[in-house]
Design a protein. Structure first.
Length: 371
């Protein structure tokens, strides 16, 4: 799971000046006057203005100075915002230790975004992984209405990372995040509802459509698949194609894999075109969508539209497996079992089948159990 550091000053909607072009603040700029008068929260707003260029010339160094002033005056949002500058290396030299300390000050002072950012680091982004701590901090941030934190805590609960698996609570967290406007929460709520059985698929499709419309590419991919399958919606391959094309053209790479499959198979009114499929799979793979890497590897393995190259296929399967893609692990296991592009290694194959099984690949589980 990839999560991002939040800039508290931006997401808290702290205001800042509005106006036409960039200029130096004048005597009428109330937020700057209030900051100069010792109001620490106004210094966060002023820092935001310099960070974003909102009505003043953007100036990272001045933003840092204002966030520092706010933090040292006891404003926790200032500590969190100051920490993001050290995390990103904007206006200061990057310093993860300093960033972590400032996020801690923000969190301890009651800023939920500080807690969220600490959770991101505990999740393994730039620091030693501590998933138990990440759970606690995401929970704290979610309680403070950081709705992305509700989503990330839900994912940890679904996967049983950092503690026991708890899907019902995860669903509740995804629902809260979605109601709060977090599109990825809507996506994950849809995914979990779909898994609850046929009676929930129509609602899942509604949630996926909402998240797709808000820019979540994975939602567009799954929504299109539901239209292809006729689950929760009327079967409509043409509608699926439209969803894939619109999202892929909008630089959401996940649906590019699905669109590539339509080209490879010649479906939904598309003439079979392996060259176009390859280009779409490459686009997705380069954007770190591991399904795209697996699909591209399969083209090299089967010589569809490319010269057969088992070594290249194995490299792509390995890349996907390393990133937790079950099908990538299964295909790589088959490569080792048969000596395709790699030296035959039955023990390594078995390890990979076990890994794929752990990741949810049913075929691999049957191989491991000897069925």
């Amino acid at each position: 799971m990839r999560v991002v550091i939040f800039v508290a000053a931006l997401l808290m909607g702290c205001g800042g000046r509005t106006g036409g072009g960039a200029s130096e603040p004048s005597a009428g700029d109330t937020v700057f006057e209030r900051c100069d008068g010792g109001e620490a929260s106004a210094c966060v707003d002023a820092g935001r203005a310099y960070e974003t260029g909102d009505g003043v010339a953007a100036d990272d160094a001045r933003a840092v100075a204002l966030y520092q002033r706010a933090c040292e005056a006891g404003e926790p949002r200032g500590c969190t915002a100051w920490g993001t500058r050290y995390y990103a290396g904007r206006g200061v030299e990057p310093d993860l230790v300093r960033a972590r300390g400032l996020f801690q000050r923000g969190c301890d002072g009651g800023d939920p975004f500080g807690c969220y950012n600490l959770a991101v680091l505990a999740r393994g982004d730039g620091a030693a992984t501590d998933l138990t701590r990440a759970r606690r901090l995401f929970d704290q941030a979610c309680d403070g209405d950081v709705f992305a934190a509700c989503n990330n805590l839900g994912l940890l609960l679904v996967r049983g990372e950092g503690g026991a698996e708890d899907v019902p609570r995860a669903i509740s967290l995804f629902s809260r995040g979605c109601e709060g406007g977090d599109a990825r929460s809507c996506h994950n709520l849809g995914v979990q509802l779909e898994r609850q059985g046929p009676d929930h698929v129509a609602r899942a499709a509604e949630l996926l459509e909402r998240a797709c419309g808000e820019g979540v590419g994975a939602s567009c991919a799954r929504l299109g698949e539901l239209y292809e399958e006729g689950r929760g919606v009327a079967q409509d391959e043409a509608r699926a194609r439209t969803i894939y094309e619109g999202a892929c053209d909008a630089d959401r790479p996940e649906p590019c894999v699905n669109l590539g499959a339509l080209h490879a198979e010649g479906r939904a009114g598309i003439t079979q075109d392996y060259a176009r499929a390859r280009a779409l799979y490459e686009q997705a793979c380069e954007a770190q969508v591991m399904r795209g890497c697996v699909a591209l590897g399969s083209l090299y393995s089967t010589a569809h539209g490319v010269t057969q190259d088992h070594a290249r296929a194995s490299e792509l399967f390995d890349r996907a497996c390393e990133r937790g893609d079950a099908r990538g692990c299964f295909n790589l296991a088959a490569s080792y079992a048969n000596g395709l592009g790699v030296d035959r290694d039955r023990e390594r194959a078995r390890e990979l089948f076990e890994r794929a099984c752990e990741l949810g690949d049913a075929h691999s589980c049957r191989v491991v159990s000897g069925e």
